[in-house]
Design a protein around this ligand. Structure first.
Ligand SMILES: *Cc1c(COP(=O)(O)O)cnc(C)c1O
Length: 400
């Protein structure tokens, strides 16, 4: 255990924290943001092609091209691009078979979109604990918890307390650090749960040689402006299942039957298409992903080296056997509290480092307070002990 035995005065913890940040980032002439996009490749050229050709909207060559390149990069058989990561997760859950009234297991410490997508798909989020090892869903705690609340019936796996079906589990790879997917998959199999990976933060993260988001039945990515690469706004669904891929494309493009002129739609579907303009940006960004990941890793290595000498905080490293994209670099405060966290945020902001706390636990948000919830001892600690550090791919150049 790396936690210290006596608690330090908050100001001395904050002073050490800011000293470490300065050692990595220098003294910034302007406040350093958490994560800014970097446009250094063919972005202008591809966008201009869209405008010059008139293909800016829901069809065009960049949409197909981006899907193809994403599948290739991630090693997924299929990639379907959509308007954003939340919509991607919503339709993935629906296509995986989540029905209105089903419960879906979600880590309590995640971005709100993870739970929102469950509700948009008609489900009810059921919050479970996170682990300090990966910051994601804890498979060991999940197994222990399920063994106490579940019964099998002809309807499937049932939550004894609510009588509702447990349909799926959504591991989220927090800040790019992958969940232990092999272990989670074996638990999901035992309880007949579909696995939809929220890989929104983990493009470029691998477990062994395999890309995050390609372990479960489906995985989703996000290309929001603050993610590793951006399409302005956008998302994608990854799957190896050809039937699911066909259904995902159909459902996200108004369920129109292919025909040269007839407008026949065969179900109530969505317009979740990614416009060609955004896909053009995506193609250019994806070409530069290896360079971006390289810069981010150098920054993470530097943070790690500097924080290794700190007494009161630890740098969160990629899990064993994994290669993280280090989307957001993160420290964990020893013996943390909300008050200490707020002092660190206050002092780092004053020094020009726009650090950020993690999300309020989903189970504590007003619309999710009454949802089913496992004991959350670790998520509750992580909520006050984790702080994200400036992590943009351009930061190394400016400071070193
Ligand atoms: C970014 C993100 C999403 C999806 O976000 P969009 O803004 O809808 O693309 C989903 N889950 C997590 C954990 C995220 O960080």
């Amino acid at each position: 255990m790396r936690h210290s035995h006596h608690s330090e005065p908050h100001e001395s913890v904050a002073a050490e924290f800011v000293t470490c940040l300065r050692a990595v980032l220098g003294t910034p002439p302007h406040p350093l943001p958490l994560h800014e996009p970097q446009f250094a490749g063919h972005e202008w050229q591809y966008l201009k092609e869209c405008v010059d050709s008139g293909w800016v909207s829901s069809v065009g060559k960049f949409v197909d091209e981006f899907e193809c390149r994403l599948a290739q990069y991630t090693g997924s058989t299929h990639a379907i691009v959509v308007v954003n990561g939340t919509a991607a997760l919503q339709v993935a859950l629906t296509v995986a078979g989540v029905k209105p009234g089903d419960e879906v297991l979600v880590p309590a410490l995640s971005f709100v979109a993870t739970a929102n997508a469950v509700v948009h798909a008609g489900g009810i989020p059921h919050f479970v604990d996170n682990t300090a090892d990966t910051l994601g869903l804890d498979p060991v705690a999940l197994q222990r918890y399920l063994s106490t609340i579940v019964e099998q019936s002809d309807r499937g796996t049932i939550n004894r307390h609510t009588g509702r079906r447990l349909a799926a589990v959504v591991p989220m790879h927090t800040f790019g650090h992958p969940v232990d997917m092999p272990q989670l998959l074996s638990i999901a199999k035992r309880y007949h749960l579909k696995v939809i990976e929220d890989a929104a933060e983990s493009l470029g993260s691998f477990i062994g040689a395999r890309h995050a988001g390609t372990f479960g039945d489906m995985g989703i990515l996000s290309f929001n402006g603050n993610k590793v690469i951006t399409t302005g706004g956008g998302g994608a669904i990854l799957t190896d299942d050809a039937d699911a891929a066909r259904r995902l494309k159909h459902l996200t493009t108004t369920a129109k039957q292919p025909h040269p002129w007839e407008f026949v739609h065969d179900e109530v579907a969505y317009n979740f298409r990614m416009p060609n303009l955004n896909a053009a940006l995506g193609c250019a960004q994806l070409e530069r992903l290896p360079a971006i990941l390289d810069q981010k890793r150098k920054l993470a290595d530097r943070y790690q080296a500097v924080f290794a000498g700190a007494r009161t905080v630890s740098f969160v490293q990629e899990p064993l056997g994994c290669r993280s994209n280090y989307w957001l670099n993160t420290i964990r405060v020893h013996d943390g509290s909300m008050a200490l966290r707020d002092t660190l945020l206050q002092r780092s902001h004053e020094a020009g480092y726009l650090c950020r706390p993690v999300w309020r636990l989903l189970s504590r948000l007003p619309m999710y307070e009454s949802c089913p919830c496992a004991p959350l001892p670790m998520a509750e600690r992580l909520e006050v002990e984790l702080i994200n550090l400036p992590s943009g791919p351009g930061l190394m150049k400016e400071s070193l």
